[in-house]
Design a protein around this ligand. Sequence first.
Ligand code: THG
Length: 262
Amino acid sequence: MKTIAENINVMSKSIGAAMKDRDPGPIQEMAKRCTEAGADLLDINLGPARKDGPEMMEWVVNTVQEVSDLQLCLDTSNHEAMEAGIQACKKPPLLNSFSAQPDKMEDILPLAAKYDCEIIGLTMSTHIPIDTDERIAIAYEIVAAANELGIPNERIWIDPIILPIGVEVGQAHAVAVQEVLKMLPEVFDPPVQTTCGLSNTSNGAPDELRSAIDRAFLPMLAACGLTSAIVNACDPEMMRTVRLINALRNESLYSVSDAELK
Ligand code: THG
């Protein structure tokens, strides 16, 4: 299972301020920390980036690439910022994300095709269906639209969308996410990759309980075939859980240090 660090995120107080002030220090510290913690990709989450989106994205990408060689995952709904970010990336990034609405697909799929990027498609249109089959039907739409532009299944990452466990019907959605992950390999050949925002699970829970909630869910999702997750890479217990999952799936060579807190 690959991990995408969620931590370079405009919603975070210190990182958000550093982005706004173009102060490289806190962003580079965070990028180094996530890289050393064992993340496979770094999410660069600018949100809607309404003000100076392209210039800000280019600056953040360059700032991060000065201290980390990891593949980047560009997370913004601003099309121009996304393209500026792609052009600044040393290796083709993962584009995060789009839903199955015509305008969203027309926005991002041509960019992915043009620059040989991987993409994350969310199994939602205007709303998030609670029903497993509806989520699968949306995954079909996404994969068909991407294939049509020459984007192969290997470059498509499907996100079945995790909602907080504490919201109304959050638990039913948690079950649907697991069902979708189990079904995807039967539906697509060659298989697509999968991901999800693991910290969404504990959103709204008391801070001291968040890690425990997220760490309970991850092995369940792994058992359903999840191939990557967007995680808090600054949580040593989370990264230990990921290392142990990878060893227990025989995806990495086990050593006792996998079990140690780092
Ligand atoms: N799917 C995809 N992309 C996503 C998500 C998803 N990107 C955004 C999000 N969901 C995943 N990233 C985060 C980042 C931070 C938090 C949760 C998910 C988070 N942060 C703390 C908070 O808000 O309380 C702390 C912020 C801080 O550092 O101050 O919970 O589902 N494809």
